[in-house]
Design a protein around this ligand. Structure first.
Ligand code: HPA
Ligand code: ZN
Length: 326
């Protein structure tokens, strides 16, 4: 078994993917057609050519525009089903999925339509394949804390359908502490807490995500290594980093995959994991991310096993189930 075969075949958990970022251009055009929505691109090819990003914001602009085709419960179901099929083929046994309700409620789509459509696909995957999946509601950090509170209120009738909250969208200029009170409320509600930090933003955002928001994992976190003291702390406390290698290259956090710091993260004792972020936009699903890394960096079988183990250890699976995967 080659190393490439090993990383593809090994059971894994995915902990960082945005369901709206799994909407492939073909499905996007299909939904646009059936919902009578005009996309500002003439074809699938033209749309794909627009996926030449220079930074996080240049991606977000296209990502939010693409989500406008999602209108009905069926649309959310179909998008989620397509992702779960890809994840299942990549031997993902458990996935924790981000969704961005504000992107939809701002367009007049009811919260229940979004959550029910996604949830029904998760139930089908569990029933058909025994794959487990959970939802994490993300607040858009370029919007206000007041809007985050309003979104939380709208989601509370569906409290049993999501396990936690996260923070995504434009990082620079929107530090974690902007959402201190809403995260404190979510903590009281017993929700799991995560936040994107240290992708484009400085290591300081990782520190405040931990100290002010009390998050349990850091999404991305690759800039952690710029701060030696922070790196020692994150390693010591066993805080997992949900790293997304192909995303990092597409959004120019690293120039090329050969420059990615995954090996340094692991060598520093950090609980890094491999994830796809927005697979339809960044060139692949979780196994594509593993293959790109293992083809480009001097990573070993031991690293592969550690990454798979980290993915389950850092998951929000109940303790007994988690232990069975370790
Ligand atoms: N970073 C921030 N927000 C996002 C991302 C990301 O990589 N993907 C979708 N929303
Ligand atoms: Zn992300």
């Amino acid at each position: 078994q080659t190393l490439r075969e090993l990383v593809c075949a090994m059971p894994k958990a995915e902990l960082h993917m945005h369901i709206e970022g799994s909407l492939e251009p073909e499905l996007m055009f299909e939904m646009a057609e059936r919902n009578g929505i005009r996309l500002p691109y003439a074809s699938v090819d033209e749309l794909r050519r627009a996926y030449a990003f220079t930074d996080l914001q240049s991606f977000l602009d296209i990502y939010y525009a693409g989500a406008s085709v999602l209108q009905t419960e069926r649309d959310f179901y179909d998008m989620t089903r397509a992702y779960l099929e890809r994840a299942h083929a990549d031997n993902v046994r458990h996935t924790e999925i981000f969704f961005d309700p504000q992107t939809h409620t701002a367009r007049g789509i009811p919260m229940g339509v979004v959550i029910d459509g996604i949830h029904r696909a998760l139930q089908d995957a569990q029933r058909e394949w025994g794959m487990t999946a959970a939802l994490i509601l993300c607040f858009l950090r370029h919007l206000s804390e007041e809007e985050a509170f309003a979104t939380l209120e709208q989601a509370l009738p569906f409290r049993d359908r999501f396990i936690g909250v996260g923070l995504d969208s434009s990082e620079r200029g929107h530090p974690p502490e902007k959402f201190a009170r809403v995260f404190a409320r979510c903590r009281e509600l017993g929700l799991h807490l995560v936040a994107h930090a240290g992708e484009e933003g400085p290591p300081e955002y990782i520190r405040t995500a931990l100290d002010v928001l009390h998050v349990e994992r850091i999404d991305h976190g690759v800039r952690c290594l710029e701060d030696a003291e922070l790196t020692r702390r994150v390693a010591k406390e066993g805080i997992a980093l949900t790293v997304c290698p192909l995303s990092n290259v597409k959004l120019r956090v690293f120039d090329q995959i050969h420059d990615h710091n995954m090996l340094e993260l692991l060598d520093a004792g950090l609980a890094a994991t491999v994830n796809s972020d927005d697979p339809a936009y960044f060139g692949g699903y979780v196994n594509d991310n593993f293959v790109a890394l293992f083809d480009s960096l001097p990573l070993t079988r031991e690293h592969a096993q550690r990454l798979a183990r980290n993915s389950f250890a850092a998951s929000f699976l109940d303790e007994a189930t988690r232990e069975r995967y370790l």
